[in-house]
Design a protein around this ligand. Structure first.
Ligand code: CA
Length: 415
């Protein structure tokens, strides 16, 4: 199967190839939020496809496509959601498809507004990149003991704030916060001076569990619907003062942005790779079989107002030390239940080389090594009116499956 087999014209190198077909929620001149699938530069309006009777054989209530979030669709289960994706793939390469005759099923992405694709009731953020955890531990504690004693024994995480997760394109004001400036005797209140991005990926839960039940690493993939890019904004000066002893709070809760299209795990199947060797050996409940990491190229660019962007980081999701099945097994080990639409995030995804660090904290090494931008300016952290753009894609020969982008501008603080 190739892009050229489709009756939709799909640009070369499109993230949204015939192999991808990610799900999202959009509106256009018709303000009703509804479900769509991205293909090339366009969106297939699933509610319109349903009206043509294309899904009749699959036996589900197609009202799920006019819901303002994908939760009811995802809740139908993978048998149905995968069947919808496969059926559309077939229709898109079928020259006599009923969809081809009905151009109203297609909406140009440039004419559409994207919305948060799921209602996220709970958001958990892990800390699963060994390079990131080592860099942070080296800067703030002791290079000899950069990792805390628990780090290689369990996927460390914390419960994040779900209400402030928003979708790409919604700008955010620099947060106000309480900080303790260096050498000061009293804390101050004011705009954060150290706003940072964190390059992360989130996975969306596709199946509920009951309170008191657990998910094993073997079963975990049944519970993962798909993945998005995530910019987990962080105010480093606020974080430094507030985080002891209970961890991140207001430094992280002012905003987190995700990419609008959820790429299914089935679309990512060709990009499985082995993860790093885990030493010491993990406890039995964290052991897993098979390849559980994914080769997903990631990059971060900074675009100052009125200037061209500069790519400041190139990383890869395959570097993760703890994989998603281990994160889910650990999360549910105590009987904690999960719900369709919950998001679990990787933590900052850093690689070994200095240009693969997934935050300004690491790239500029706590402000000691400013990062040069194409316009001649330098950054230690993010300035007002800077736009941060994250992109991600997997590629294997002619098969490309991408995430598009997540972008947001930091506006001046509201004082
Ligand atoms: Ca984070």
């Amino acid at each position: 199967m190739t892009n050229s087999m489709s009756w939709v014209s799909i640009p070369d190198n499109s993230d949204f190839s015939i192999h991808n077909l990610p799900f999202g929620i959009f509106s256009d001149s018709n303000p009703i939020k509804r479900a769509g699938i991205a293909i090339g530069d366009q969106i297939i309006d699933l509610s319109k496809v349903a009206e043509l009777g294309v899904f009749t054989g699959l036996n589900f209530d197609t009202d799920v496509f006019t819901n303002e979030v994908l939760n009811p669709f995802i809740d139908l289960g993978k048998d149905t959601t995968n069947a919808v994706r496969r059926l559309l793939q077939k229709e898109l390469i079928n020259d006599s498809s009923v969809l081809k005759e009905q151009q109203s099923v297609l909406v140009h992405q440039k004419d559409a507004e994207m919305h948060l694709p799921v209602f996220i009731r709970d958001y958990t953020d892990f800390y699963s990149s060994i390079e990131h955890a080592t860099n942070v531990g080296t800067m703030f504690r002791d290079p000899e003991n950069a990792l805390m004693p628990n780090w290689k024994h369990l996927p460390v995480g914390y419960h994040g704030r779900a209400s402030s997760i928003t979708v790409s394109g919604h700008d955010v004001h620099r947060p106000m916060g309480q900080t303790m400036p260096p050498n000061a005797e009293k804390p101050v209140y004011g705009p954060s001076k150290r706003v940072d991005f964190e390059l992360e990926m989130g996975f969306i839960i596709g199946k509920n569990t009951a309170l008191g039940t657990t998910v094993t690493t073997n079963d975990a993939e049944d519970y993962i619907f798909g993945k998005v890019l995530l910019n987990d904004w962080s105010a480093r000066d606020v974080q430094k003062w507030e985080y002891v002893p209970l961890g991140p709070f207001l430094a992280k809760s002012f905003a987190s942005h995700i990419s609008p299209w959820i790429v299914t795990m089935e679309a990512l199947e060709p990009f499985r790779v082995p993860g790093p060797k885990q030493d010491p050996e993990v406890l039995p409940y964290l052991k897993y079989n098979g390849d559980k990491n994914y080769d997903i190229h990631l990059e971060v660019a900074i675009q100052p107002e009125g200037a061209n962007e500069t790519v400041v980081c190139t990383s890869n999701f395959k570097y993760m030390y703890w994989n998603m099945t281990q994160q889910l097994a650990h999360h549910t080990m105590n009987g904690c239940n999960i719900n369709v639409g919950d998001m679990m995030a990787s933590g900052t995804i850093s690689g070994k080389s200095e240009d693969a660090y997934g935050s300004m904290l690491e790239l500029a090494w706590a402000g000691s090594k400013p990062v040069a931008l194409n316009d001649g300016s330098e950054r230690k952290f993010i300035h007002d009116n800077d736009t941060v753009i994250m992109r991600g894609y997997s590629e294997n020969g002619d098969v490309r499956v991408g995430f598009g982008e997540v972008r947001a501008k930091i506006l001046p603080a509201k004082q």
